[in-house]
Design a protein around this ligand. Structure first.
Ligand code: ATP
Length: 466
């Protein structure tokens, strides 16, 4: 674990307006975070690229936006009210509550014993987890250092909400624990109201909520987070699931390495063993990224058969099968689900682009991801003629690029700040600009500066940023 790097990323995120601790002025609220101006832009860029790549650029995928507050029956049908539970254990000495699997996995002797092996604790029964913890005296509380654990118990992750304002007359609903159920519940609506034909996908981007208890590691695991999920429906008699599964894996890999520009040496695939996989899944794999705290799941892909649609048929009493218009054949579609967390992608992108050089820290973000593509400075912020010209350039460029005007401190400080935000180009308006209508354009990665005519800025930056 590179704790040092993680601390540096967290500090930079706060300093430059990417990520702030949630409810900070009230002492903070565990496992919640707020995104600042740079973070909001970065999230938006990741989200938009995901949607563009998996919805707009595919003729076989459509997008929906379902409600977050959802009927309790949805979560009974999906199995979440019964099975969506973590195994928890309490330290009897200091009352710290932890996920039992994480407690074991983070224990140095377990990590050593399983080094290089693909062993996971996830999926083990309550009894098995309890036995491991009780038998390993060196599994101590990370807070107080004692080995004094309660028994291991289940804890449901769904957030209940009470609808209605009259007490006693309220009805129970849930904040969605995943976006996926929106696709199953609306499956028939989409089939009946659009042009889709098997095989096709329904995609959704949006917030999900889980009452997670393991704190730490910034936005890796939070109570509310954004998911990008696709349910890809197909007729198992017409399509080969192994082939579709491989195709989706390739699309996921390409998105991370090519579209987001992440280093492929920091990525790996890991297949779930039988213990870890859901009972209805024929195959599940995780695309893992090497975060500063180790390889962890970024994006999961699972072949879920027809389990979900069948469950909703059973609970809703509605027929969710479809009929082939040509042959009249009744089909119960099967589904492959690639599911990613947008906030985890953001943390991955921050870790992957963080570079320390001799005299500066730079986020070498892919320009497509950079919160601002261009920063514009007047050489001196107290010279109205420079400010006016710089603001005019800001106005002209900002209709085509996300641009920021920065008039604080001196030029050196501004470069330093924009490097840490990952801004690919900085433009400075100086006294020569007033005479010859040229400006200095400085490249984030090479730090080289060149003089460009203001009239040519748009074309020049369009080329550089493409
Ligand atoms: P984990 O094992 O890490 O809890 P999961 O297998 O429960 O994840 P899924 O239900 O498959 O996760 O959700 C799909 C994706 O959503 C994950 O790959 C991850 O990127 C993201 N995700 C899940 N839970 C959280 C969370 N609490 N905070 C942030 N992102 C999350």
């Amino acid at each position: 674990m590179n704790a040092n790097l993680m601390d540096k990323i967290i500090a930079l995120s706060k300093r430059r307006g990417f990520i702030y601790p949630g409810s900070e002025i009230y002492g903070g609220l565990a496992n919640t975070y707020d995104y600042g101006p740079a973070g909001a832009e970065l999230l938006r860029n990741i989200r938009n690229l995901w949607w563009d790549n998996f919805v707009h650029k595919r003729e076989d995928v459509v997008g929906i936006d379902a409600s977050i507050i959802s009927h309790q029956e949805i979560w009974k049908a999906s199995g979440h009210t019964a099975g969506f539970a973590d195994a928890l254990v309490d330290c009897k000495n200091c009352k710290l509550r932890m996920r039992a699997d994480h407690l074991i996995e983070n224990n140095p002797s377990f990590a050593k014993a399983t080094e290089g092996k693909e062993e996971k604790v996830e999926g083990k029964s309550l009894e098995e987890l309890e036995k491991i913890i009780k038998n390993n005296k060196d599994i101590v509380c990370p807070n107080c250092g004692k080995h004094d654990w309660s028994s291991v118990r289940k804890f449901n992750l769904l957030f209940p909400v009470n609808l209605g304002i009259v007490e006693g007359d309220q009805s129970l609903a849930y904040l969605r624990g995943e976006t996926a159920q929106g696709m199953f519940v609306n499956f028939k609506n989409v089939v009946d109201s659009t042009r889709v034909k098997l095989p096709f996908g329904i995609a959704q981007l949006g917030k999900s909520f889980r009452n997670e208890i393991t704190p730490g590691n910034s936005v890796f695991r939070t109570l509310e987070f954004e998911q990008g999920e696709i349910e890809y429906f197909f007729d198992p008699e017409e399509s080969n699931w192994e082939k579709l599964f491989e195709n989706w894996k390739n699309s996921m890999w390409d998105f991370v390495t090519k579209t987001l520009g992440v280093n492929k040496n920091n990525l790996r695939w890991r297949e779930h063993g039988n213990e870890e996989k859901s009972f209805y899944s024929k195959k599940t794999e995780d695309l893992e990224y090497k975060f500063p705290f180790g390889f962890k799941e970024l994006w999961g892909i699972a072949y879920r058969t027809d389990y979900d649609l069948k469950q909703h048929m059973k609970f809703s009493n509605k027929d969710l099968s479809i009929v082939d218009p040509q042959t009249g054949k009744k089909i119960m579609p099967h589904v492959i689900e690639p599911a990613v967390g947008i906030n985890r992608m953001l943390l991955m992108v921050l870790s992957d682009s963080y570079v320390e050089e001799k005299e500066r820290i730079v986020l070498k973000l892919n320009p497509k991801l950079a919160p601002y593509k261009i920063a514009i400075f007047p050489l001196l912020a107290n010279k109205p003629e420079l400010v006016e010209k710089a603001k005019k350039i800001f106005k002209d460029l900002s209709s085509n690029f996300v641009t920021v005007y920065d008039g604080r401190g001196n030029i050196g400080k501004r470069y330093f700040a924009q490097d840490e935000i990952g801004t690919p180009f900085c433009i400075t308006v100086d006294f020569d600009s007033l005479k010859d209508n040229t400006v200095t354009v400085r490249d984030r990665d090479t730090m080289k500066q060149e003089r460009i005519k203001i009239s040519e800025l748009f074309t020049c930056l369009t080329n550089k940023l493409s």
